[in-house]
Design a protein around this ligand. Sequence first.
Ligand SMILES: [Zn+2]
Length: 281
Amino acid sequence: MEEIKFSEFMIHLIFTIMEFKHVVSLFSFVRLPYKPFQAYSSGQTAKSIQTNKKEKPSHASPSSSFILLALQGIHAVEYVVTNTATGTPGGIRFDREIGIEYTKKIMGIINRFVWELLDERTAADRKPVEVVNLYVVEFNGAEAITWGDNINVSSIYLQGYQGNLTWEFTSLLYHEVTHVFQWNGEGQAPVGLVEGFADYSILKANYYPPAFAKPGQGDRWDQGYDFTARFLEYCEGLRSGFVAELNKKMRHAFNESYFEDLLGKPVDQLWKEYKAKYSNN
Ligand SMILES: [Zn+2]
């Protein structure tokens, strides 16, 4: 994909969908195709769109089953999958090769994987998410966009994907579902770091494609996506539990000093040592 721009259409689309959905986050994150051996240009990772839409009161009333689960002390997340692109080539391909039932099932599996990865074992550790909505929507410009508890997957992307679509879709959802449950310092964390966490999930789930960055690649620690994921992997190697601890520290704020708090060195020094370790590759 060459120049990727958010057109007015995209913003319109987001606002249109937000009219109908209970939006808890003002930040959205997109996923772009991996570019092997090619650095992202500066700013290219900063694809989040900030909106000024205020949170709307939820129109959903708690169902009796939810109340029952609450009484039992179980925090269950519901997954609602909607194909809004039925009749389009991508929407038809989604129904044929992936389907709503598989999507709901894999979202639950990935949700539990992310809680484990981020060591969020109790309700107090977790984002209070009750419903995750996934829409298959006809739009251009990104593979998927997630904001708050809403994941939008591009039917045009699904239509054009060459290869095992179920595998690719699952990989994509590891990234997007991570966005739903990770902390982002209430918007203060660098977008590249937030995207790095999402790709770290893909890496640890072993759902990364051949074009995924190799250890040591990249120009900056917060370059984003697979580059930052590999750096997080390196940091995790220095201190087991680092990634989960960093995420926990990012619940309400972000400061680069969190790296030093956890690893005893400033992040820039850690990045230099990381690059040096793989300098011969
Ligand atoms: Zn993302």
